[in-house]
Design a protein around this ligand. Structure first.
Ligand code: ZN
Length: 201
């Protein structure tokens, strides 16, 4: 069906598949396991830390993530502070199947985001600092846990992909104006005629 020796490639902003809503994975089959492994391989090849189904042309609710422990300014590891980080960080890389965010913290954080589908362009996006993630893992187990730190950030970015949203749509106005010409260039190359960025902030 997919995966299976067929090399995956990254879809770039403007490609309509990145605006599609992903469908749930019905069953965790060998195909899905192969797909997750292929997605991880591609993510590593491109030096990414997260990749969603839509980004490889498959609007399925699957996300792969690999983030290490966070470090402070002196390079010392910051111990994870939420149950979700404690559970998921030691398991990295992880594939999340049918992930959803069931609640968001009120407090927001700033972070310069990038995306394999928007190469070399970075912009600040304000997002809730912590989220409660509900997901299945590749082994079929389920998890519901509060996640903070970089994990909360990556989760929100990747789950946006599954909803057909790319971070440039949520970038702070001032930052967006700095990358706008780069984004337009990408759209001219990858998007259908007349494609307009639907800004969400
Ligand atoms: Zn992305």
């Amino acid at each position: 069906m997919f995966g299976k020796g067929k090399k995956l490639s990254i879809r770039y902003f403007g490609d309509p598949i990145l605006a599609a809503k992903a469908k749930p994975v019905e069953e965790i089959t060998d195909d899905i396991r192969v797909l997750a492994a292929d997605m991880l391989e591609l993510m590593y090849e491109k030096n990414g830390i997260g990749l969603a189904g839509n980004q490889v042309g498959l609007p399925l609710k699957i996300v792969v993530i690999d983030i290490g422990p966070e470090e402070d300014e002196d390079g010392k590891p910051i111990p994870p502070s939420t149950p979700g980080e404690m559970e998921l960080l030691p398991k990295m890389p992880v594939a999340l199947i049918n992930p959803e965010i069931v609640s968001y913290s009120d407090d927001l954080s700033d972070f310069d985001e990038g995306c394999l589908s928007v190469p070399k362009l970075y912009a600040n996006v304000k997002r809730p600092s912590r989220v409660v993630l509900k997901t299945q893992l590749l082994d079929g187990s389920s998890l519901t846990a509060e996640c903070g730190g970089l994990l909360a950030r990556v989760l929100q970015h990747e789950l946006d992909h599954l909803d057909g949203i790319v971070f440039v749509q949520k970038a702070e106005e001032e930052d967006y104006s700095k990358i706008e010409s780069g984004v337009e260039k990408l759209i001219r190359k990858n998007g259908p005629r007349g494609f307009k960025v639907k800004r969400l902030v």
